[in-house]
Design a protein around this ligand. Structure first.
Ligand code: TLP
Length: 347
């Protein structure tokens, strides 16, 4: 039985074109600024997003951290959603490595409210840390891959600017957001001081995330990356796959959105399982399993027995993420297996 792996789009493997490009990549020492393939990827990313410069990092977590460090110093305050990836999943690097003070502003279904953000920005005072940065996330992971509409994104950035804050966008899946919103990714990028996007998710690279910003910001980010041990040598082997991703893999993300919808519609017909179909805007499906009477771990284990791998979002949800390895036929098979697993029958 072939396993259907829907735990994350991070599970994607590099394409044949990526492997060939990695094999053939021209290489040099990137710490000397001498890797031509890294330079090509960074120039391509900067151009695509309408920014002056770019910086390749090893992971999305590293890219976010480098941006936090480049924007703000120990004791400064960062406004962000407690459900954001930076706050929730990045091991507290914000505090432990960058020394920053989080000011949580909760989102509603992945969307921050500009008025609530504005009210959370405190006046400069001897008593308060200095607010320096607003962090945004698009698509918003913990709300089910929801898209922040461009107009709201613009409003949030305007609030930050009015109060002298910089804006960082965690755009791990920014191209999913842009495709779903029907606007160029550069339209989102234009509003922010820094953004990072991941090559290693739906775009199928084995690793790598890219930060874009002004030349001056990227020079600072480069320094911060080095400080946390992220200076690289012949990183063209990574960058080569990234170039293929940007040239060949962006448009097809729409297929993952279609299979996510197919999956969501199918699951919502199964007894005990609930999906808020409005939340399925990109490639993620969060399923409320509370109607089954099973714990999240039990649901995940049952699905694993029928060869469907999903992520736990306890206490009441599992997360399924679609990606290029699973087309509509595989999703039909996944639905059949999920039905069987939830009926309690085993293969
Ligand atoms: N997200 C992963 C897990 O960590 C949850 C996933 O499977 O979705 N920002 C966002 C919005 C992300 O979703 C992720 C990864 C990251 C940053 C971090 O990227 P990596 O894993 O490359 O450090």
């Amino acid at each position: 039985m072939d396993v259907i792996n829907l735990r994350s789009d991070t599970q994607t493997l590099p394409t044949a074109a990526m492997r060939a490009a990695m094999h053939d990549a021209a290489l040099g020492d990137d710490t000397y600024d001498e890797d031509p393939t890294v330079q090509k990827l960074e120039a391509l990313a900067a151009r695509l997003l309408g920014k002056e410069a770019a910086l390749l990092c090893l992971s999305g977590t590293m890219a976010n951290l480098v941006c936090l460090m480049a924007h703000a110093g120990p004791g400064d305050e960062v406004l962000l959603d407690p459900d954001s990836h930076i706050f929730y999943y990045e091991v507290g690097g914000l505090a432990s490595v960058a020394g920053l003070m989080p000011m949580p502003v909760p989102s509603h279904n992945g969307l921050l409210d500009p008025g609530e953000v504005e009210r959370a920005i405190r006046a400069r005072s001897i008593h308060y840390p200095t607010p320096r940065l607003l962090c945004l996330e698009n698509t918003h992971n913990r709300s089910g891959g929801r898209v922040v509409p461009l107009a709201l994104h613009q409003e949030l950035c305007a609030v930050a600017r009015r109060h002298g804050l910089a804006v960082h966008l965690d755009g791990a899946r920014l191209f999913n957001a842009a495709i779903a919103a029907g606007v160029p990714a550069a339209a989102y990028a234009q509003e922010v001081d820094s953004l990072m996007f991941c090559l290693s998710k739906g775009l199928s690279c084995p690793l790598g995330s890219v930060v874009v910003g002004s030349r001056e910001f990227i020079a600072r980010a480069d320094h911060c990356r080095k400080r946390i041990g992220g200076g690289m040598r012949q990183a063209g082997v990574i960058a080569a796959a990234g170039i293929v991703a940007l040239e060949q893999m962006i448009d097809r993300l729409a297929e993952d959105h279609a299979t996510a919808r197919q999956l969501a519609l199918g699951i919502s017909e199964l007894p005990g399982l609930k999906v808020d179909l409005r939340s399925v805007e990109t490639n993620m499906v969060y399923v409320d399993h509370s109607g089954t009477g099973l714990s999240t771990a039990e649901v995940v284990a049952r699905l694993k027995e029928v060869g469907v791998l999903v992520s736990e979002r306890p206490p009441a949800h599992i997360r399924l993420v679609t990606h290029r390895h699973h087309d509509a036929a595989v999703i039909d098979e996944a639905l059949a297996r999920i039905r069987r697993a939830m009926e309690g029958s085993r293969r």
